[in-house]
Design a protein around this ligand. Structure first.
Ligand code: COA
Length: 628
């Protein structure tokens, strides 16, 4: 049988690189250059294309495996080929026509070689995607190839409209300014490709203050203005090494990490996610290691996001049209391209990659149920075939005002609808006697004040829920999307619903079962403040096993909380009240806390829920049980 073993190609000398996505399955028929796997280091992600066409007969790696050059990835049955081993296209081979002049037009044939424009002086930058093929008609500004360094990825746009007549590169090639991408026939004969972008300078010197603290400015980012901050990678107090990522910026063409100009300690951060910055905007202040006035910072040349300015403006406008919602999105160009092709608003897709990065599978997973619903004949958009609420002209009935929904509100609305329609909910109610817990808590109040914190019932509830999740692990699961498995979690991370000016946020407190009351109190206070200040990162809201929604401070006897899928249960907490409770002989006044537990009846049956709730109520009624 003609079996080809496909191995990891040269990946720039990186060792033990994580496999974050497997793009093929056994039985798939793949073409040459189809992506086999996606690898990711802490700085870059790269798709590994297949060097051969054929049928996948075996997959030799799993997601999470660490691989290096030469490791076996898959086996492919290639018709007619002799049994052999082959590495995916080498990553370091320079483009053959690298020496070609930057601009080489031929008006006689109306064809022009398209060179890589000025990419900020970066050399040997990897081609991670060829976005066109021979014969394609492209418009000015359409992406031709995508390049990625360890710091940034960028699309190289067509400098003019025309037809692709040849492509000189392949995925994995390493290119520099002037490397020839291919040849285009232009409608307007002899029209020269756009002027290359000016070379971005090294980062400007950090401005030294008298106290050995330096303000760190955004370096030259290729002249781009008002570039969005999509991630703040550090916080005040963090120690960073030279080159560690401080923030991540993203234009419609490129995302890039801005590295620390030197090693030191972060004193303050002046930016927040969503801010728009340009060269010179202050990222924050850092105390440089050892030096009173540190040497000028020189960042690793972050390639300009605007590789070909002549084309960038028009393509930027186009990208904005196509991807309506691009704010707060953490995704590489290949994922963005897939989203554009499918018409997906990435702002609505949840990222499953490291630090919430959006993966191709996230986009596919988002689209699949919509397509399935459409193919089954159900109207898309109404939600499981439910007719839409008709549009009403409210102004007919009186004065109105149109208030813009925040992004958080829109995402919450989508999540609530999705969870309400997908999860078969059951809700159970019970009251927990918190008389003794409240006596204990009140007794700790002075100590809490001395520690500078406020002790509410919430950390007690977190502890009790963590113990109940350990005692009744059927609550600590998620349904696997393959429909065949249940994911049992051996960790206990609990989300708390926080009411913020922007809307409802659910940050997650990790390893609640391993933390004490004071630690939990401090974490609740810190994370609730972070949420209210709009500073939560996607990672702060991921990985929850269970959620607590406490409306206790606001009042009410009870409510039906909606399960926060993929979790399978949620606790609703209402306002505690003194109630008469029969103790077998007489009614006695007890402080009773109304609780409701909603659960996904696909994962949890009534008996499991009964056991969980009984354990929880007993643990709250006598917190000494949490020591058992
Ligand atoms: N019954 C009676 N009083 C309660 C209570 C309860 N169940 N829960 C809290 N309280 C009291 C607290 O003890 C505190 O009083 P104190 O200062 O006299 O001790 C007061 O109410 C205010 O508590 P709060 O500041 O809200 O702290 P918390 O730890 O209870 O809650 C948050 C913290 C972040 C969860 C809360 O502020 C919040 O945002 N809740 C809204 C959650 C939400 O919107 N859920 C709906 C989702 S659909």
């Amino acid at each position: 049988m003609a079996i080809q073993a496909i191995k990891v190609p040269d990946i720039g000398g990186s060792e033990g690189v994580e496999v974050i996505e497997i793009s093929v399955a056994v039985g798939d028929v793949i073409a040459q250059e189809d992506s086999i796997v996606v690898l990711e280091t802490d700085k870059a992600s790269m798709e590994i294309p297949s060097p051969a066409a054929g049928k996948v007969t075996a997959i030799k790696v799993n997601v999470g495996d660490k691989v290096s050059e030469g490791d076996l990835l898959i086996e492919v049955e290639a018709e007619g080929a002799a049994e052999q081993e082959q590495a995916a296209p080498a990553a370091e081979k320079p483009a053959e026509s690298a020496a070609a002049p930057a601009s080489n037009t031929s008006s006689a044939t109306s064809e022009a070689e398209i060179p890589v424009p000025d990419i900020g002086g970066a050399e040997g930058v990897e081609v991670i995607e060829i976005s066109v093929k021979v014969g394609d008609e492209v418009s000015e500004g359409d992406s031709l190839i995508v390049l990625e360094t360890d710091k940034a990825s960028m699309e190289i746009p067509a400098p003019f409209a025309g037809k692709i007549t040849s492509i000189s590169m392949k995925v994995g090639d390493k290119v520099s300014q002037g490397s020839v991408i291919g040849v285009m026939a232009t409608a307007a004969a002899g029209s020269a490709p756009a002027e290359p972008a000016k070379a971005p300078a090294a980062a400007p010197a950090a401005a030294a203050t008298a106290s050995a603290e330096i303000e760190v400015p955004v370096p030259d980012i290729g002249g781009a203005e008002g570039v969005e901050v999509i991630e703040i990678s550090v916080k005040a107090g963090d120690e960073v090494g030279e080159g560690d990522s401080l923030i991540v910026l993203e234009t419609d063409k490129a995302s890039m990490e801005i590295p620390a100009p030197s090693a030191g300690k972060i004193v303050s951060i002046a930016l927040k996610v969503g801010d728009k910055v340009s060269q010179g905007s202050i990222i924050g202040v850092m105390k440089s290691e050892g030096a009173a006035a540190p040497a000028p910072a020189k960042t690793e040349a972050a390639p300009a996001p605007k590789a070909a300015p002549a084309a960038a403006a028009s393509s930027a406008a186009k990208a904005t049209e196509e991807v309506v919602h691009s704010g707060d999105v953490y995704a590489g160009p290949a994922v963005r391209k897939l989203a554009r092709q499918l018409g997906v608003d990435l702002g609505k897709v949840s990222g499953s990659g490291p630090r919430g990065r959006l993966m191709k599978d996230d986009v596919r997973g988002y689209v699949k149920p919509i397509v399935a619903a459409a193919q089954s004949g159900a109207p898309v958009g109404g939600g499981s075939g439910i007719p839409r609420v008709p549009a009403v002209d409210f102004a007919k009935f009186g004065e109105i005002e149109m208030l813009k929904m925040s992004k958080v509100k829109k995402i919450t609305a989508d999540n609530m609808t999705r969870n309400w329609l997908n999860v078969p909910h059951v809700t159970q109610w019970d009251d927990a006697d918190i008389t003794d817990m409240e006596t204990f808590r009140t007794g700790l109040k002075a100590e809490a004040e001395k520690r500078g914190s406020k002790l509410t019932p919430l950390p007690f509830l977190l502890k009790a829920c963590a113990a109940a999740l350990r005692a009744e692990p059927t609550f600590n699961v998620s349904l696997h999307h393959d429909g065949e498995h249940i994911v049992q979690k051996n960790y206990v991370h609990i989300g708390i619903a926080v009411d913020t000016p922007n809307g409802l946020m659910v940050p997650v407190i990790r390893n609640v079962d391993k933390k004490g009351l004071w630690e939990l109190t401090d974490e609740i206070n810190a994370i609730a403040k972070k949420a209210r200040d709009g500073k939560l990162m996607p990672a702060d809201m991921q990985g929850g096993c269970f959620t607590i929604s406490s409306l206790g401070a606001m009042g009410g006897n009870g409510f039906t909380p909606i399960v926060n899928a993929p979790e399978v249960a949620i606790l609703g907490v209402s306002k505690a009240q003194i109630k008469p409770v029969w103790n077998g002989k007489e009614f006695v006044p007890r402080n009773m806390l109304p609780l409701s537990v909603s659960y996904d009846h696909r994962a949890i049956n009534g008996a499991d829920a009964g056991r969980f709730f009984t354990f929880l109520v007993a643990a709250i009624a006598d917190v000494r049980r949490l020591l058992l």
